[in-house]
Design a protein around this ligand. Structure first.
Ligand code: IMP
Length: 497
């Protein structure tokens, strides 16, 4: 006989709806703050806050340096994936920490490259101007889409068509952005390459970015005004990995395991707290109050919850383990609140896996989560590390689980892990720029909070009223009994009328 059988089914976020509270002037959308703690920190350090309650998942197809930079600039954070070599992950963290608004580290081209090859790369990245450098990274010139015509020049080399450095305005060792912008604005050009005293390329400034540079009031940074960087780690090579990540300035670590209720994880947290007490560690994933207590007692400063719900996840099918995310949040948050009452230590809870829409984010926050991690949502955007592809006239981006065969290839080589897969690989519909998507998502979250009459996430936790809904009610909550134009709609309309 099993020790315990829970006969009430666990619930997903989709099964709850919010009831309105009294909306007043103080809870108007424009007054709402989405600021939320990233990890517990004793002095309420401003460094460990997010300005929006969203982080991107530690996955190869989601969170590289570009996502890390753009999301931190918009108030969230990307958890940089650890299923890569220590050196390449450290390089990504360094890129985030060394980022200076406006100074772009661009993809470079070699002079001997064929125009046709360059054209293919351009199609994948969507960029129109590239710097050309030699093997020592010395700046040679620029090549942009106006410098060649693919029907005429495909067989020529980049050096045959590039604009050489003698014809270009160049900044030497400029670190002050307003000075660089001023030179660019005076130059009649769209781009300003910045080189060091030996002529090696350091960065580029683009005219199109100038207005964007001052426009990030929610940006999260450390006391030196560098962006906050969060890195995932595993329980295998953490001693070596943490050392390298700390060296390049990582701010927060997150242990990335599908089942975090393990002695390995407790050992890793304790080791990091002993050796790097200034770096907070996020533990997870767990789905029970006992898992929460175990990791918090080991020294975790935030806890990630969720198992089996991710859009690419087949853990429930493969192993029979998992739990609906709503029930998980309710159970773990109750334990967190108990712990807070007893100790005064507030441990943020992160909802992770299967959060597919903005309403799911809102429900997770209302149930007590402090922020939400998403993979699929961010994988669809320009800032994820994958290239766009066109399938049946639809623009798509690849997305694969960290437990899929594709991601496990790396782990298998290194740790001899991965006897079976826990994730799948597929495509998601391309969704455009992160900034535009976030604008809409955040507006919806604020609007729901306004309807509930709350001004911030803490108040949301205290005042939200939720209700379980029936399957019929969920159906009723969608557009129905109306012909909206597609053949499928027409068919449904005919069947029902
Ligand atoms: P999504 O937002 O629904 O796409 O879920 C993303 C989350 O799924 C990640 O943050 C992980 O917690 C989890 N995850 C990532 N890869 C896998 C996998 O291969 N199998 C199971 N879960 C995964």
């Amino acid at each position: 006989m099993a020790k315990k059988i829970h006969n009430e089914p666990s619930r997903t976020l989709m099964e709850y709806r919010l009831l309105p509270g009294l909306t007043t002037e103080r809870s108007a959308s424009s007054e709402i703050s989405l600021r939320t703690p990233l990890v517990y920190s004793p002095e309420n350090d401003k460094k460990y806050f997010l300005n929006i309650p969203l982080v991107s998942a530690a996955m190869q197809s989601v969170s590289g340096a570009r996502m890390g930079i753009e999301l931190a600039r918009l108030g969230g954070a990307a958890f940089i994936f650890c299923s890569q070599t220590i050196a390449s992950q450290a390089e990504m963290i360094a890129e985030i920490k060394n980022y200076k608004a406006g100074f772009v580290q661009p993809q470079t081209m070699r002079p001997e490259m064929k125009i046709s090859e360059m054209y293919e790369m351009r199609k994948q990245t969507g960029h129109s101007t590239f710097p050309v450098v030699d093997k020592n990274n010395k700046f040679l010139g620029l090549i942009s889409k106006w410098d060649y015509d693919i029907s005429l020049h495909a067989e020529l080399l980049v050096k045959d068509r590039m604009i050489s450095k003698q014809q270009i305005e160049i900044g030497v060792n400029i670190t002050d952005l307003s000075q660089a912008n001023q030179i660019l604005l005076e130059s009649h050009k769209s781009v300003l390459p910045i080189v060091d005293e030996d002529g090696k390329l350091l960065s580029m400034i683009f005219r199109k970015d100038i207005t964007d540079q001052t426009d990030n009031p929610l940006e999260i940074h450390d006391e030196k005004k560098r962006l906050i960087a969060v890195a995932a780690i595993n329980t295998h090579d953490y001693k070596e990995r943490v050392k390298a990540l700390v060296k390049v300035g990582v701010d927060v670590l997150s242990i990335d395991t599908s089942d975090g209720y393990t002695q390995y994880q407790s050992d890793a947290i304790k080791w990091i707290n002993r050796n790097y007490p200034e770096i907070p560690v996020i533990g997870g994933n767990i789905i029970t109050p006992s898992g929460f207590r175990y990791l918090v007692d080991a020294g975790a400063k935030a806890i990630k919850v969720g198992m089996g719900g991710g859009s690419i996840c087949i853990t429930q099918e493969q192993k029979g383990t998992g739990r609906g995310l709503a029930t998980t949040i309710i159970d773990v948050v109750a334990e967190r609140d108990k712990y807070y009452k007893k100790t005064g230590i507030y441990i943020p809870v992160i909802a992770d896996g299967g959060v597919t829409s903005t309403k799911d984010v809102t429900i997770a926050l209302a149930l007590g989560a402090d922020y939400v991690m998403m993979g699929r949502y961010f994988a669809r955007m320009d800032e994820s590390p994958t290239n766009k592809i066109v399938v049946n006239n639809r623009v798509m981006k690849p997305y694969w689980g960290e437990g899929s065969a594709r991601a496990q290839e790396w782990k298998l080589k290194r740790y001899n892990q991965g006897k079976f897969v826990e994730g799948v690989e597929g495509l998601v519909e391309y969704a455009g720029h992160l900034r535009d998507n976030l604008e809409e998502t955040l507006a919806k979250i604020k609007s729901s909070m306004s309807t509930c009459g709350v001004q911030n996430i803490r108040e949301f936790h205290e005042k939200a009223e939720l209700e379980l809904v029936s399957a019929l009610s969920i159906r009723e909550g969608k557009a129905h009994d109306i012909y909206q134009g597609s053949e499928k709609d027409q068919e449904e309309f005919n069947n029902e009328n």
